[in-house]
Design a protein. Structure first.
Length: 165
């Protein structure tokens, strides 16, 4: 029951932030929409949840959002610089990255975080073998195109483990 209330509160907070400044009509609509979205996403968000899981994971999720927004800002600046640069310094490649995440929701968050960060796109997730295939805009010289670790992916993965596994 506590997790249902927390999920509703999370969606309602997102609604309020997106519909700022708050009005009574927005408040009522947000409560209804948040209740519906909570009902629809409940199975995804609390699937196979161990009973001893710490509520501290919600704080890790807030931390994840902050880190994601920061990394997204940095990637936006980097991609804008590459596009506006006269020599267009890109070196596109597809790379294979090992991941230790096992849960479907953890892998989904990681794959979406990679895709939403400019300059990278998740192509495929191989859950059985623990790999994510990513297209990158710029691969540094001398980097192998397989079995590598991108710092941003490692950062996301470390936090997502604390949230979902």
């Amino acid at each position: 029951m506590v997790s249902k209330i927390l999920i509703f509160m999370l969606w309602f907070l997102v609604w309020l932030l997106l519909s700022w400044p708050p009005r009574i009509s927005s408040f009522i609509t947000g409560a209804l929409v948040s209740a519906f979205v909570s009902f629809m996403t409940m199975d995804i968000l609390v699937k196979d949840r161990p009973s001893g899981r710490s509520p501290l994971r919600y704080l890790w999720f807030v931390y994840y959002i902050i880190i994601f927004l920061w990394e997204c800002l940095k990637a936006n600046i980097d991609v804008a610089w590459r596009v506006l640069h006269p020599k267009l310094p890109i070196r596109p490649a597809t790379i294979k990255i090992r991941t230790d995440l096992k849960s479907d929701i953890g892998l989904t968050f990681l794959a979406n975080s990679i895709t939403l960060t400019p300059g990278t796109t998740t192509i495929d997730v191989d859950k059985q073998n623990g790999y994510i295939y990513i297209h990158v805009l710029f691969l540094k010289e001398g980097c192998p195109d397989h079995d590598m670790r991108l710092p941003v992916v490692s950062k996301f993965e470390r936090i997502l483990k604390k949230v979902f596994e």
